[in-house]
Design a protein around this ligand. Structure first.
Ligand code: PEP
Ligand code: MG
Length: 754
């Protein structure tokens, strides 16, 4: 037994954090003592309860859920007596209370020992046996020794606030966190927290693999920052006053201080990686400075934060950025970006959770394109504490479950199965035309951006590409791709679909699509330097892109060019001029180059009223409902705060689209819709009834929309459009359309909350 004891203690000491130390104890003790259950209860002084924080034997879902009031039950008895309680039949004891959550009546033998540190009972270690069993004295001391061992780890975790967080987290896990909006679908997986480089606040806790090398990295980073500060201070000697220079010396002193260095080292030794340990330590110091009465000292909080950022920057250069993704990854962040999402290798990503953003954000669009459930817009998502946690993402109702109960996990797995079944059934429609029962036929195209979704688009029977977002390949690189590199990428898409049409949109960066290597700082990025505006201001970027696109089309001739973010005809004239120039340059090199049809995105309200003038210049229109809604309603598509106001079914948006269709048809030009609205089965009914000529959507939505088209006659759609015309708000429009879908037997397409 002594040997076993030693082994368990060594394993507990190696555990990176308290939850894992508790796991080790319960599993090893259960094995070693051949009992049916081993659990650890911790004392929650704030709630005045004993909380079960780990178990091997009971169902894992009861962790954090089984709570006894102070003084209650046999656990209360062990705490009161501060000594072991050894009973061959627990229910005979007067303090016994039965807990239904753990089906307790089937257990008889009971041995509980207190976990004591400095005369304080921190918790109770309990083993249970189904049969009556009186434990031997040797077993009592075995458990008692382990309890004492655990006490050190627990009191350390208590001092660092970890216990408090664990206890609160276990209470949190009982309910879902509510986001504002999402992309449909359910995901069950584990969190991986992503964060912008050098953003101290967003750094998550992470277990450390090699404590010694982590400590060495930290020391090296601190030394490097100290060197930086000395260099800056020396450089400034002639420019700053002695008093100001003294500030640098103060910072260097602070940097060397016991508190800053030792506090972080303690965190690393307790198993946190250096950036996480530093963030915690800096947080504590900042809070302490901010509480000070002296305004001068309060100001020092900013210096501490600044030092923290400097050390993080240095540390990050020692932490390789590449992360080994595993299947079932749920990407979590304060503001997950499209490029962070695109970095995850295919097949590994299960879900996305972003504290900021909405379902119209580009990261959500990309998630939808990949069929990945996402939830966006949380007020107080504890991002830093989610690394490695099991999560359930409910994209239908914009909810997130942290450490879900078994019941929640099973419910969502069932939902996933149902969705998969529906998708399998719909797969039969892939080869069928998108045609109403009374003969209205409309091509359904795919929106793509990643080469990875070409296969999915072809598999669901897309009849071409209605929107190829070229910025996506730009977003996932660390520099502008060259002309030949671009040509190869575009060629793959054009070839994959030829002879079906592929609409390639020229670069649409800006807004929430920032290239890491082309930063733009603006107060109002969505009203700023975006899309065609950047292309026209940087003709060298635009020309090389257009040349690459035209060259990619050589010999295929299935290309259409689309211009984003147009707000006036002069921009179209300038862009057409550059396209002509690129074309003529290329004609001199090859006779395979063709001038493709060119179209304009209708996504800025000003263009809604200039269709006749635009129609004289271009060949087709494509309505970008994502931006059109944002600009018509003055609702930032990325702002969770106002996401409830963002509604593509708002009567004004519907009227704007109808007006575009009528004006374009009047001028003999076709209209496509390529915003997310086209992939919403309810909205598609209205778009068809309005006479839109084609729809382009993410592959994940295509068969659902086709199912609707094949189930509703044109006449029925027009009748619904007429009824919708009487309504004054988006919610009533959605309700009417959902009723229509349900009456047609297509209720499976609607999930609660959408
Ligand atoms: C749109 O605005 O509707 C659109 C399709 O473009 P993006 O979402 O890429 O801005
Ligand atoms: Mg747009």
């Amino acid at each position: 037994m002594l040997d076993t004891l030693r082994r368990i203690i060594q394993e507990v000491n190696r555990a990176p954090d308290l939850p894992r130390a508790l796991e080790v104890i319960v599993t090893r003790v259960k094995q070693a003592m051949a009992v049916d259950v081993c659990s650890v209860y911790l004392v929650d002084n704030e709630a005045e309860q004993y909380v079960m924080m780990a178990t091997d034997g009971y169902h894992p879902s009861v962790v954090g859920q089984v709570r006894l009031e102070f003084g209650q039950g046999l656990v209360g008895e062990v705490v009161r007596r501060e000594e072991p309680l050894n009973l061959d039949n627990a229910s005979d004891h007067p303090s016994y209370i039965f807990s239904r959550q753990i089906n307790e009546e089937i257990y008889h033998g009971f041995l509980g020992v207190p976990i004591i540190q400095h005369r304080m009972v921190l918790g109770v270690l309990v083993v249970r046996q189904r049969e009556r069993r009186r434990f031997a004295e040797q077993e009592e001391t075995f458990l008692f020794t382990l309890g004492a061992q655990l006490a050190g780890a627990i009191s350390h975790a208590e001092a660092s606030g970890e216990i408090d967080r664990l206890l609160r987290e276990s209470a949190e896990a009982r309910y879902a966190l509510k986001g504002v909006s999402g992309t449909p679908g359910a995901a069950v997986g584990r969190a991986h927290v992503v964060y912008p480089q050098a953003n101290l606040e967003a750094i998550p806790d992470r277990p450390v693999e090699d404590i010694d090398s982590e400590i060495a990295n930290f020391h090296a980073a601190v030394a490097a920052v100290e060197r930086d500060m000395r260099t800056i201070s020396a450089r400034m000697v002639d420019t700053l006053s002695t008093e100001e220079i003294a500030l640098f010396d103060a910072l260097i002193l602070m940097l060397r201080s016991e508190n800053l260095v030792e506090g972080t080292l303690a965190g690393i030794r307790a198993g946190n990686w250096a950036p996480g340990a530093l963030r915690r330590n800096i947080d504590e110091h900042v809070a302490a400075f901010e509480k000070m009465d002296d305004p001068y000292l309060r100001e020092r909080a900013g210096d501490v934060r600044d030092l923290g950022r400097r050390i993080i920057e240095r540390l990050q250069s020692s932490h390789p950025v590449a992360y080994a993704y595993v299947p079932g990854t749920i990407l979590v962040g304060e503001e997950v970006s499209a490029s962070q999402l695109a970095e995850v290798p295919a097949g590994m990503l299960a879900g996305v959770v972003s504290a900021r953003g909405s379902s119209a954000s580009h990261v959500a669009i990309l998630a939808r394109a990949l069929g990945i459930p996402a939830v966006m817009g949380f007020d107080d998502l504890p991002v830093g504490r989610l690394e490695g946690q099991e999560l359930v993402v409910d994209g239908y109702q914009a909810r997130l479950f942290v450490r879900p109960s078994a019941a929640v996990r099973n419910e969502f797995k069932r939902l996933q199965r149902e969705e998969a079944e529906l998708s399998n059934e719909l797969q039969e429609l892939a080869g069928e035309p998108a045609q109403t029962p009374d003969g209205l036929r409309i091509p359904l195209y795919a929106n793509t951006g990643l080469l990875a979704d070409i296969t999915a688009s072809l598999r669901c029977g897309a009849e071409g590409v209605g929107l190829y977002r070229t910025e996506v390949p730009f977003l996932v690189r660390d520099r502008f791709p060259g002309e030949e590199e671009q040509r190869r990428t575009y060629r793959q898409v054009l070839e994959a679909f030829a002879p079906a049409p592929v609409t390639v949109r020229t670069l649409d960066i800006g807004g929430d699509k920032m290239l890491p290597y082309f930063p733009v700082q603006e107060d109002n990025p969505f009203l700023g330097w975006r899309g065609i505006r950047i292309s026209l201001d940087h003709p060298e970027i635009f020309l090389s892109q257009v040349r690459a696109i035209l060259r990619a089309n050589a010999g295929l001739d299935n290309l259409q060019l689309l211009l984003p973010m147009v707000s006036s005809v002069t921009e179209v004239d300038s862009a057409l001029g550059l396209i002509q120039r690129a074309y003529h340059e290329l004609c001199a090199e090859s006779d395979e180059v063709r001038l493709p049809p060119v179209g304009v995105m209708i996504e800025v309200p000003s263009t809604v009223y200039q269709i006749p003038a635009l129609a004289q210049r271009v060949d087709f229109f494509s309505v970008g409902t994502n931006d059109l809604t944002q600009y018509l309603m003055a609702v930032d598509r990325n702002n969770a705060q106002v996401a409830q106001l963002y509604d593509t079914l708002h009567p004004s948006v519907l009227r704007a689209i109808q007006q575009v269709v009528e004006a374009a048809h009047g001028a003999g030009k076709p209209v496509s819709v390529c915003g997310e609205m086209a992939g919403d089965p309810a909205a598609a009914i209205l778009l068809l009834a309005m006479g839109v000529d084609s729809l382009s959507m993410s592959a994940a939505s295509l068969l659902r929309v086709k199912w609707v088209i094949r189930s509703f006659s044109k006449q029925h759609m027009q009748q619904l459009l007429a009824e919708v015309g009487e309504l004054e708000d988006g919610a009533s429009v959605r309700a009417l359309l959902h009723r229509g879908l349900e009456e047609a037997g297509l209720g499976g397409l609607i999930r609660a909350g959408r």
